[in-house]
Design a protein around this ligand. Sequence first.
Ligand code: SF4
Length: 311
Amino acid sequence: MTTATLSRMQEEVRALARERDAVILAHNYQVPEVQDVADLVGDSLGLSREAAATEATAIVFCGVHFMAETATILSPDKTVLIPDPDAGCSLAASITGEQLREWKAQHPGAIVVSYVNTTAEVKAETDYCCTSGNAKAVIEAIPEDREILFLPDMFLGIWLERVTGRKLTIWMGECHVHAGIRPADIERWQAEAPDAELLVHPECGCASQCMAFGNERTHILSTEGMINFAKASSKNRFLVATETGILHRLHKEAPEKRFEAVSERAICKYMKMITLEKLRDSLRDWKHVVTVEPEIAARARGAIDRMIEIG
Ligand code: SF4
């Protein structure tokens, strides 16, 4: 697409959003041209909060399906659209509601904490949702004597055990993108860029290893945490270990600094299924509306509200 065509389509999207009274939310991993046209770009927690607070009639969620479902649960009176309903998530797909019910039956009395990357049905079986940005606070809010079932991301679970000192019972799910960032990628960068700060997402396959050999320039952070850290830091060079879509926002928010991906292969094909064209079509043709069964939505909402209350 030429620059002129791109700007024309971005104008069209903005005009349609105004006409339709819709707010456009985009995840940090979206393609640059979608991020640039959004009202808000953020991580799942920031976007969940915006979805709950917006006064717009409709929300167009540029992200993967479970995120749009979460927006539907939080804003039942609004229409939530997703530009491509097939934008899934390998991590959310790693556990079903049925599997969680069986797991709970094996651990009676345990508290269930689910990373927000789960389907509405799994959230409905959950006590507390969390994101990587607030997972530590959520675990710390649970009484010490209660068993915690943590799902679905094993790397985030292992990292949480280390930072909270709590023993968790962890579901062995993983995100194929983050699991693909290996300790060897990190080691190479540690050697080749001794002047750089290393920003690692806790879902990375390397995160627990980074904790083990980490030094003062290794920082385990959520995507929003990475942006805040880079802006506030006196350092100028950063290596980033998460999905590469975050680089666009980092470059925009701290243009004077240098950001590089630890692994250029860390690309989520599901996030990249949302294109500017599909976003335009979604607003123009009012598709694809995301629905959640009211009984499931009510139970899932309890787990999300408890997360939002903790912060
Ligand atoms: S990067 Fe991983 S966790 Fe995030 S949406 Fe893609 S598959 Fe899911």
